[in-house]
Design a binder for this molecule. Sequence first.
Ligand SMILES: [Zn+2]
Ligand SMILES: [Zn+2]
Length: 252
Amino acid sequence: MHWMKLHGPGRFGTQPEDVLRDESILVSLILSKVSVQPNKCILWTGWKHTSGYGDIHVADRPRAGKKDLKVTRRAHRVIYELLVGPVPGNRVLDHQCNTKLCVNPAHLHVVTDGQNVRRAHREMTHCRRGHELTPDNVITAHQHHRPDQPLRTCKTCHNAAARDFYHRNRESELERRRLANLAAPEKRVEYRQRNAKKISEASKAWYLKNRESRLEKMRLQREAKKAARAAANESPTPPPSPTAYSESERHP
Ligand SMILES: [Zn+2]
Ligand SMILES: [Zn+2]
């Protein structure tokens, strides 16, 4: 049973629209609960579900000799069925205007759940954490079964997750590698022998790549040392004590 049927809708927000089975009354009640926007969206001003869609209370199937049970349904779906026709149970209504409260049937397309999700994904402008999906903040993954619809992922969130994974697993990964090396040291020796040429080329390339910056760093260090020495000489140090020997004494 749906939680809203269990607790009764009156406990949440405004009272739901008490709509009767009679369609003319239903239509007039619906008309009192909408506001037409300049962009032709017809916004539902009645009860609102926590998911952001409009809700409406309508009579369920009649029961002999008893009052009608009422059920809560999505307002845009009830209005679409009233004005256009029934929607198959396995289909959903996709808001082409991306406005959840809009109940204009012209803005609703009957699609499958998958089509709805994929369109939302395609038109997504921000990730769920609110980063904008600009071209340089997107990682695109090709889908073999849907080559025209690549999956887009937020680069900021992806990198943050990768960094987090790295730091969480760093210690255990290093330990695993250390143990693997301990377990088979001859493998490592054998690897170095097998790849001796590659390794020497890589180290030469590394040396050449970092030569300038290393020289620059050493130069800066030398200058810093020189400056420190100059500062030490300039600072007021006690003058050297006068020599105790006269010239004649030193050179007899
Ligand atoms: Zn609309
Ligand atoms: Zn993000």
